[in-house]
Design a binder for this molecule. Sequence first.
Ligand SMILES: [Zn+2]
Length: 120
Amino acid sequence: MKSTVKQIAKQRIRILFHQAQRVHKSNPQLSRRYIATARKIAMATKIRLPTVYRRQICRKCNTLLVPGDNCRVRIKQKREPHVVITCLNCGRKTRIMLRKKKETMKFESNNQSNEASYQV
Ligand SMILES: [Zn+2]
């Protein structure tokens, strides 16, 4: 029962994103509404938006981010290599860390030891 609700929700989210991409150029405001609706559906059904979709939207103003059009994509090396996506509509910056973090926190030492050494 629950899984069908989630399946429908996922389908709706996919449709909404598709529509948002379609009307993005002609009607950015409508596109924003589609994404806001998709996010609401995801929240209500406790679905995590797929990474592909999450990377495409601005968390603040729900704009569909299109590189070279309404967002700026920069690679930074400060502290850790990461990508900064700036929404040119509201100025919100989203950071994407490039190094995958392990579930267990690493100690100060930076030597490449195996995961096995952390298993107690
Ligand atoms: Zn924004």
